[in-house]
Design a protein around this ligand. Structure first.
Ligand SMILES: *Cc1c(COP(=O)(O)O)cnc(C)c1O
Length: 225
């Protein structure tokens, strides 16, 4: 059996056992590489660059569900608003406002996750929990009719220490539970915890991830030119 297929099938099955789904992170990958996974049955793909995302959307089959997974610049929301399946990393009220505005123009509601900063590194984006709570309590937030908050997203610290990673995933799961209880108790859509990448997805599954974002393990190492 083909090596790529084996890896894809193993991760897909491990995810399914825990009621999680695999998003194949295809940034920097070619159409041909994406189509290989597509032939296996993969339909959820994740990209972090808007330009690359819209080009791939144009060229590739229309039943692919495109996820935007990294920091999203406000001025680029309009390009993906008509078709994006899920925005994983909403990290400010400002970007949610813009998503709402562009979703309205596209006559749709866009599902989003709130990104939380769970890593120790300075560079990672995300809400501090208190800011998110303030926002969720605000009137301005309730005026956003065309965004739907479906859950939370986070990235663990880049470290070899599995217990640190596990602790950070537990923190994100705790944030999910708190927000669910406080703001979304009756909302079935609020059900997603997007966490886990190539190096840490087994831990993420144990800690309750519902969406794995895996790139290099599926495709082989990325080459940035
Ligand atoms: C690139 C990326 C991933 C996938 O990382 P791998 O280590 O290649 O699995 C996941 N999430 C985000 C936000 C990314 O930018």
């Amino acid at each position: 059996m083909d090596q790529h297929f084996k890896i894809w099938k193993t991760i897909t099955e491990q995810a399914a056992e825990k009621n999680a789904r695999l998003i194949a992170v295809s940034k920097t990958k070619t159409d041909q590489q994406i189509m290989e996974l597509y032939q296996y049955g993969q339909r959820d793909f994740g990209e972090n660059k808007v330009q690359e995302l819209i080009e791939k959307y144009d060229r590739l089959p229309k039943d692919i569900r495109w996820h935007h997974i990294g920091h999203l610049q406000t001025n680029k929301v309009k390009y993906i608003a008509p078709f994006v399946h899920l925005i994983h990393a909403a990290d400010s009220f400002k970007v949610l406002q813009e998503i709402d505005k562009q979703a309205k123009k596209a006559a749709r509601t866009i599902p989003c996750l709130l990104q939380f900063k769970i890593a120790q590194e300075e560079s990672k984006y995300g809400f501090p929990l208190s800011d998110a709570i303030t926002m969720l309590n605000s009137e301005a937030f309730h005026e956003l009719k065309n965004v739907r908050i479906d859950g939370v997203m986070g990235m663990a610290t880049f470290t070899d220490d599995p217990e640190q990673i596990r602790g950070e995933f537990k923190t994100l799961h705790g944030i999910f539970t708190k927000l669910k209880d406080q703001f979304f108790p009756d909302r079935e859509n609020f059900c997603e915890i997007s966490m886990g990448m190539s190096d840490d997805f087994p831990i993420a599954l144990e800690e309750g991830s519902t969406l794995l974002r895996v790139g290099s393990l599926l495709f082989g190492k990325r080459i940035y030119l």
